[in-house]
Design a protein around this ligand. Sequence first.
Ligand code: KIV
Length: 263
Amino acid sequence: MNNNKRITAATLKRAKQAEEKMVWLTAYDAISAQIAEAAGAEVLLVGDSLGMVSLGFDSTIPVTLDHMIHHTAAVVRGRNTAWVVCDLPFGSYQQSPEQAFAASVRVLQQTGCDAVKLEGGEHMAATIEFLSERGIAVIAHIGLTPQSVKKFGSYGKRGKDKAGRLQLINDAHAVSAAGAIAIVLENIPADLASEITAQLDTATIGIGAGKDCDAQVLVWNDLLGISETNPPFAPAYANVRTIMSDAIKRWSNDVKSGQFPKS
Ligand code: KIV
């Protein structure tokens, strides 16, 4: 590994100042980390979307700290220069700053990753500050926060009315002032994301939040066309599900017909 090329928290800051867009992508294992990094992903996010795209859960709520540690350690083994961020899963940090600190210490010590991400705005600011003051790089995630799906009842767009917009602006300022290194803005109006991005020195990472965010992130399975369906804001750039399925079908037919193996 060439340490000079390693992405760090300082790289994110510099990129924001230089108005250089950064590329984030989710990854869940060593091979996806290798492929993503070699193809230009600068930050690998081990999202708790893991639960839905790889582990077969119908939300992110059942994902545990052990799941996240297992997969994040694999991503770290596969990366070379990318910055690796691990999602703190539901229930591992909301109770208190001390609980969040204990979960973050486990993640950082047992995986070797670089930062943790947690969902929540103003109400999580004290926790972000507690972690940040203790030397932990924290990414905040506001807007659509999938761990709260049971409370909101849908994965729909957030910040559509005046009160929602104001709340998100306050959330962004609160987590930024608390020391968040970057803020994921998920599924919010593009003009609101643009306003937040312009107001803050902290980098914004958009997913369904328009083109003005400082960086963009997508879920691996959505980008590659592995998911059965994609959210409207996540276009598939390939149809890997069909490619995999066709290969398996052809091999299966060859086995059935005695064409495989050749001898
Ligand atoms: O869990 C995840 O993959 C995420 C991204 C959608 C930002 O949080």
